[in-house]
Design a protein around this ligand. Structure first.
Ligand code: ATP
Ligand code: MG
Length: 434
């Protein structure tokens, strides 16, 4: 049996959705890389009883429990005290630790300026220097120290790693947590667990499921999860190194059944593939979009180093803007209508002209957010990509709400460009409903 871990994410702000959880997924990935299997991520508010219940729940069936959050100086930060209680360990004041935290707080105050009550600061620091007996202290990355707390002697249960809530503090502290004696002992000898990702585009999940069912008897040792994300199908496989051959059989079967839909078998994303293909050709890309209000440009420009191949993007909604900014001829709008394949083509061309770019993408459609068509959510989207080597178009209708529309259209446009840039055999223009 491998090592299993459970994660408790604390914080009423996370429970209520005001802050989305970044710590649970990050910790789960770190643990996976260490070969540890994560069975549960539990989110609890800042209530002592709920945290105690979560610790009791995850204490069964896990070899390790990790908490995030609730280590600050204020009264609502309770995690250290509650974990001490759950592990049956009294807390002791650590004077040396208090000095170290006080020094950090002083440096921080000097940098931030303003005035603080010396008394309140001292009481907060004193609170953070209360350490469960026998625990390993993880030096603060911010002001809060982390802890590794094993159960008291004579009791049964996993050690608990206690980490601060702010993601960068938690991430900074992680190596020290892994190196703490109670954790290192647990991790020693854990076999490596690898992860591999296949990505497919334009394939219903049911078809992939049929292939997986057929080859499954031949895939011992693989734990396969499929997931649909923004139109892409991801097949994520976790496996021990001795199941490498089975992984190869899985990859071969998927490639044989879906040669055009499988676009990544090395973990690369469509964004990375496009970036590499554009850079290899020395081409620059420009975008003009109406339906997506800049979402495609935002995605493209959100990558590090995108300046090497992205010239810019235009978000245009009205007919005036289409003509004056995106260089769409009036005649085209008059003949085909503002939402049409012809306008998408003219937008792709206009983006190239306006930016002096080699490659243009045009996205024509009603911006559902503009309320241009009250009472109906159905909208047509027309995409067109033009490169120096050719062009490719695609149209579809969707009843997605604005936010979802943006998530659907950006990948559709990127895959259209990928198909045009890649040497893969691919079908011509297609029309479908999403
Ligand atoms: P602090 O000293 O900042 O209070 P803390 O360890 O007590 O540290 P929390 O009070 O739980 O941590 O969280 C502080 C802030 O860190 C939160 O308001 C939130 O902005 C961020 N944060 C906490 N937990 C998470 C999480 N799971 N995902 C993303 N951000 C988080
Ligand atoms: Mg706090």
């Amino acid at each position: 049996m491998g090592v299993r871990a459970g994660i408790i994410v604390t914080g009423t702000e996370v429970l209520t959705g005001r802050v989305s959880d970044r710590n649970g997924p990050w910790l789960a990935e770190q643990l996976r890389q260490l070969g540890v299997d994560v069975g549960q991520i539990v989110v609890v508010g800042d209530r002592p009883d709920d945290l105690l219940a979560a610790l009791a729940f995850l204490g069964h069936g896990n070899d390790l429990v990790i908490t995030s959050g609730g280590l600050g100086p204020t009264a609502d930060d309770l995690t250290a005290a509650i974990v001490a209680q759950a592990q049956g360990r009294p807390v002791r004041f650590d004077a040396d630790l208090e000095q170290r935290i006080a020094a950090i707080v002083e440096r921080l105050s000097a940098r931030l300026g303003g005035t603080r009550s010396a008394e309140a600061t001292a009481s907060g620091t004193r609170k953070q220097a209360m350490v469960p007996e026998g625990a390993t202290v993880l030096e603060p990355a911010g002001t809060a120290p982390g802890l590794v707390v094993a159960v008291a002697e004579g009791r049964i249960g996993p050690p608990v790693i206690v980490l601060p809530g702010p993601p960068w503090e938690l991430q900074q502290m992680w190596p020290a947590a892994v190196a703490a004696p109670d954790v290192a002992a647990l991790l020693a000898g854990v076999p490596e667990l690898r992860q591999h990702t296949l990505r497919l585009w334009g394939l219903p999940e049911s078809e992939l499921a049929a292939t997986l069912r057929r080859v499954e008897p031949d895939l011992t040792g693989l734990e396969i999860t499929t997931c649909l994300a923004a139109g892409e199908l991801e097949v994520v496989t976790r496996y021990a190194p001795d199941a490498q051959d089975a992984l190869q059989r899985l990859t071969d079967a998927v490639r044989t059944d879906f040669p055009t839909q499988l676009f990544s078998d090395d973990g690369s994303t469509v964004d990375e593939q496009i970036a590499a293909a554009l850079i290899a050709r020395g081409w620059h890309l420009a975008v003009a979009e109406s339906a997506t209000g800049g979402a495609l440009s935002a995605r493209l420009s959100g990558r590090d180093g995108s300046g090497a191949y992205l010239s810019g993007g235009l978000a245009v909604t009205t007919d005036d803007a289409l003509t004056s900014i995106a260089a769409v001829p009036w005649d085209t709008i008059a003949a085909a209508g503002p939402v049409s394949p012809a306008v998408a083509h003219a937008m792709a061309d206009g983006a190239r002209t306006r930016f002096g770019a080699d490659v243009g993408i045009g996205v024509s459609g009603i911006d559902a957010g503009s309320g241009a068509r009250p009472g109906t959510r159905t909208t047509s989207v027309h995409l067109c990509v033009i490169t120096p080597d050719g062009q490719r178009a695609r149209s579809f209708t969707t009843s997605a709400a604005p936010a979802t529309l943006r998530q659907l259209v950006a990948p559709a446009a990127l895959h259209l460009l990928r198909q045009l840039l890649s040497p893969l055999p691919a079908a011509g223009s297609s029309t479908g409903r999403t």
